[in-house]
Design a protein around this ligand. Sequence first.
Ligand code: CLF
Ligand code: SF4
Length: 426
Amino acid sequence: MGCVCSGTMSADVLEKTNQHPCYSADAHHKYARMHLPVAPRCNIQCNYCNRKFDCVNESRPGVTSEVLTPDFARDKFIWVKEEIENLSVVGIAGPGDALADWPLTKKTIENIKAVNPDIIFCLSTNGLLLPQYAHEIVALGIKHVTVTVNTLDPVIGAKIYKFVTYQGKRYEGVQAAELLLVNQLAGIEYLVKHGILVKINIVMIKGINDSHIPAVVKKVKELGVFVTNIMPLIPASGSAFEHLPQTSMKELNALRDVCQLDIQQMRHCQQCRADAIGLLGQDRSQEFRMCNRITESMVPKTETSKVYQIAVTSKHGKLVDQHFGHATQLLIYQGDGKEFELRETRTVNQYCAGMTECDTGEDCGRDKILEALQDCNAVLTMRIGYHAKEQLGKKGIYISEYCDTVETGLRYTATQIEELSRRQAL
Ligand code: CLF
Ligand code: SF4
């Protein structure tokens, strides 16, 4: 896939596409993209996905070192744009699904458009909510959307998706896969008809969907998609597919060659993190974590005599490196926003039964840990499940998901609380 030919594309979309490092192979050495991790939730569970691991050295979809509010996302964009001149694309690729948290995704795009109307926006989604939000995507002026479509066969889909949650109801098996597929196809058709360049990502899972992928490619070609991107399965630790074999590049390229006869193939995908920044393949996300961006004006003012009491989950007390559900103790820090002191260690029962069971909303004993947090303003943790987050939110406890030292994490959390209070007061 070289420089993109015009076809029926408008001059504006053609220009944008030629500067999009994923849509144009020629652009990927010249232009950088940044992902803003503002959408933590997901409405389906793919058996290859595990968003509960977070490591600065791990690079794959679903991994991020921080989850940002739309306002922090704008601040981060301004910072990165100052430093990376050839930044052409802002993408929202989770760490969950961009549409499962649509109000956050939309607000982020609006915030950035207000400071830079020319940047190219890009979304990545499983497609479940496309029928609901495709018209808003079009209205926002987004021209590049990626939908992951792994199969057209609900029987195969039942092996790939553990469940789908839609309009408050949970579906499993063939019914779940069928519902997802119907919404994906309807959404793709709508987007294409409205001038959006749709890219289809397909995860090649040996023995599950590999022989069926050419049929998927033919179908999406019929719908008018722009390019397909067949990606190898990454058997993520803690996912249901962790023991499946890794697809080799030889097998992957052979399949791409077959599919190339139907539609152009993306061959330079890097299976990026949800907070990736920079040229594809040269990730600079660790340089641009918002915790490194605390400026004097952002540091809480001590004259307010505000005292922050923050519970931290940490394996050895130095790094924020533990999932909330895995903690057996909480480190309780107190401080004024600049300096913090460890006041207490509270023992709690670990409630998380397993890596794929955290987001279920079922009663799994987390109530006890929530009780231990009654007197805290915030929790500073590497990652936390959606339902625990929701319960803490109801108690007015702020959640800071973060991956670095406890010291910088505490200051970062105080800054975020301060910023939140400031905005709420407006
Ligand atoms: Fe991001 Fe995806 Fe947009 Fe690119 S990534 S939302 S289309 S700006 Fe690109 Fe990364 Fe591959 Fe995605 S290399 S994982 S295809
Ligand atoms: Fe993970 Fe994305 Fe699948 Fe959601 S759609 S479970 S975030 S891979």
